[in-house]
Write a protein that binds this ligand. Structure first.
Ligand code: MSP
Length: 484
């Protein structure tokens, strides 16, 4: 039997570069990063994709506002996003930009040709509303007093020639695939919303708009008066990055279909209805799962660039550090619910579980290990039962994409160790029965080391620092997590 582990392909949505990325974007990316690191930790060949969605109207508008050439603006934005991801330890394997003419434009046009071949494209006239904030066509039902409820802006009323995509044709097929969990949509509440929407029947959707000279538009093959609408353009990034339709590097073969697209619940329908239909039309396999996470709220409303109520991730990192933020996302925000995020909540979680919890434990155990001369062999630990139990837990939590179970389990181990120190008081015991105290410290250090090793997907930097200190048998010069 081959012991080759199955591959793992995870994606973030690609971000609109129409302003600085905010903490909501760092949230999506950090969650994916944690899953990607978990998968690598248990030895799965992993590919983690992120990128930017550059061919949209709102991006052009942002460039114009800054009196910049669109491409110059986009290059700056992509460099800034990549630097921010680096700062937050987002270990992506590839950053796709939809202005990439070699991979992305080619893939989008190849897909278009396949829709046409399947008889899924026809010419028509669209009359209705459009919200530039969402980059999405709207019906009157979607608006409140003519305004988009997400962006609080008046939707444009438009009448224009478009090419339509026969989305309606795929309603039943997609419904069956979701009902049978062949296409997993999680959580259940969002799955039900999608199924209810499918029950009403999907309507055909505009897949192109009149080309008005936008710099980076992808033109409809065979009709240069029309450009491909941003969503069929953007969604194809997930296969374009693997070289579909262009450079064959074997990535598509190895990693498609994706294990999971992680998306905010606001863009779930694009991923659970339109994207599967595009793939079915093109004769390609569907992703295995789409997870919709909740939104971070500020003042009770979705934080967003268009609304201007954003929290700057760098300012937050000044206070609790990058890993304080990553920990908060993993431990304090249930993946599938909305969560208010404030400075005070972040500080409270940091103090309770990082300064206390892992930080304090590291200090106490390391000090006892050094001063009682407790011998400790990390190599032998790797074949221990507790090591393989955590390895199995991480594997399971990657398979089930359960970040909450994984994080709680590990922080329960830290809490258990805290209790054990209080109950057994090895520092007192050492005075009366040193051998017993040493055995206790050794046992606790083994458990601690194992848990630290397996929490590295959440705290890559601190976990590695703690492990180094233990191996070197040295106290860190400054506490790993200073109390705030
Ligand atoms: N460009 C599209 C996605 C195309 S994917 C083929 C887009 N971009 S976005 O920049 O507006 O959003 C990117 C991601 O960030 C989405 O998953 C969105 O849900 C997420 N978030 C934006 N604001 C957020 C919060 N306030 N909280 C959590 N996630 C948030 O949509």
């Amino acid at each position: 039997m081959s012991d080759k582990k199955p591959s793992f392909y995870i994606t973030t949505p690609i971000f609109y570069p129409n302003g600085k990325l905010h903490i909501g974007h760092i949230y999506t990316s950090s969650v994916c990063d944690i899953f990607a690191r978990m998968a690598r930790l248990v030895g799965r060949p992993t590919y983690f994709l992120t990128g930017s969605d550059e061919n949209s109207l709102k991006v052009e508008e942002s460039a114009k506002k800054q009196h910049k050439d669109v491409m110059e603006y986009l290059d700056e934005q992509a460099a800034e996003a990549q630097a921010l991801f680096k700062y937050f330890n987002i270990s992506y394997d590839e950053y796709i930009r939809t202005t990439d003419t070699v991979r992305h434009h080619v893939a989008v046009q190849e897909m278009w040709k396949r829709y046409e071949k399947a008889g899924d494209i026809y010419e028509g006239e669209y009359e209705g509303y459009y919200c530039v904030g969402c980059e999405s066509f709207k019906t009157e039902k979607d608006l409140i007093e003519g305004k988009c409820p997400t962006h609080d802006t008046v939707a444009e009323c438009i009448k224009e020639k478009n090419y339509f995509f026969r989305l309606s044709k795929y309603t039943d097929q997609i419904k069956k695939l979701i009902e049978s969990n062949e296409l997993l949509v999680t959580p259940a509440v969002r799955r039900n919303e999608v199924l209810c929407h499918l029950e009403e029947g999907l309507t055909d959707i505009s897949f192109s708009r009149p080309y008005k000279g936008q710099k980076n538009a992808i033109l409809v093959p065979g009709d240069s008066t029309q450009s491909i609408y941003v969503w069929p353009d953007a969604l194809a990034n997930y296969i374009a990055a693997l070289g579909f339709g262009s450079v064959d590097t074997g990535l598509f073969e190895t990693f498609w279909p994706a294990n999971v697209h992680v998306v905010g619940k606001d863009i779930l329908r694009f991923h659970a209805e339109i994207w599967p239909a595009m793939l079915l039309s093109a004769g390609l396999p569907l992703p295995k799962e789409v997870i919709a996470h909740g939104l971070l709220l500020s003042g009770g409303r979705k934080m967003g660039k268009t609304l201007g109520n954003v929290i700057d991730p760098l300012e937050m990192a000044e206070i609790v550090g990058v890993e304080g933020i990553r920990f908060y996302f993993a431990h304090e925000v249930p993946l599938t619910d909305d969560g208010e995020i404030t400075k005070d909540l972040m500080i409270a979680a940091y103090n309770a579980h990082l300064a206390n919890g892992i930080g304090n434990l590291c200090n106490r155990l390391l000090k006892m290990m050094i001063s009682y001369d407790v011998q400790f062999d990390s190599e032998a630990l790797r074949t221990s039962q507790q090591w393989s139990a955590l390895d199995t837990l991480v594997s399971d939590c990657v398979n089930t994409l359960n970040i909450g179970r994984y994080t709680n389990h590990i922080w329960d181990i830290f809490a258990g160790l805290d209790r054990k120190i209080q109950e057994t008081e090895p520092f007192k015991l050492f005075k009366t029965d040193p051998e017993k105290a040493k055995a206790l410290v050794k046992e606790m250090m083994e458990t601690f080391y194992t848990a630290v090793f397996f929490c590295s997907p959440i705290l890559p930097h601190s976990a590695s620092k703690i492990i180094t200190q233990i191996e070197k048998r040295e106290m860190p010069e400054t506490p790993i997590f200073n109390k705030i």
